[in-house]
Design a binder for this molecule. Structure first.
Ligand code: FEO
Length: 163
């Protein structure tokens, strides 16, 4: 149903979604160390979302008679210059995810694999949402410009994020 080449790429993306969860946990750990519990909570929920993304790939791989293979996860950055820097790196990470999803779509198109194209459509839309949400937070942080009250309010707001 799915070529070996496409299965390998789907498995790589399964692993990259797990890696993404690990990257966001590292950002959460930085925010906690800076005593910003709300920003930390936001990144913990983001990590949980990435785990859910990974599981979507996991389930799909088995639906098309493949097998998931776990790979080593690289150590993420642990230090950031600021909360703004962490969010800028989160956006850069999402842009990388988007490019990987787009490559998967290209390959599925090349192979005329409609079931995979259909599966990937959810991720195409999700990536737009993820990038938009990071961009909004970055522009708010830039406007706040380190102001204590602004940081307090945004930390409180992001602390209410639900999965
Ligand atoms: Fe699973 Fe944030 O991309």
């Amino acid at each position: 149903m799915v070529s070996e080449k496409l299965l390998k790429e789907l498995n790589d993306q399964f692993n990259f979604e797990l890696e993404s969860a690990y990257v966001y946990m590292s950002m959460a750990a930085y925010c906690s160390a800076e005593d910003y519990d709300g920003f930390a909570h936001f990144f913990i929920v983001q990590a949980q979302e990435e785990y859910q993304h990974a599981m979507k790939f996991y389930d799909f791989i088995y639906d098309v008679d493949g097998r998931a293979i776990m790979k080593a996860i690289p150590e993420p950055d642990k230090d950031y210059d600021s909360i703004l820097d962490a969010f800028k790196k989160a956006l850069a990470h999402e842009e990388l995810v988007t490019s990987k999803i787009n490559k998967l779509v290209d390959l599925a198109k090349e192979e005329n694999n409609h079931v995979t194209l259909n599966f990937l459509q959810w991720f195409v839309e999700e990536q737009l949402e993820e990038e938009t949400s990071m961009k909004k937070i970055i522009s708010t942080l830039e406007r706040i410009d380190g102001n204590f009250q602004g940081m307090y309010m945004l930390d409180k707001e992001l602390g209410e994020r639900v999965l």
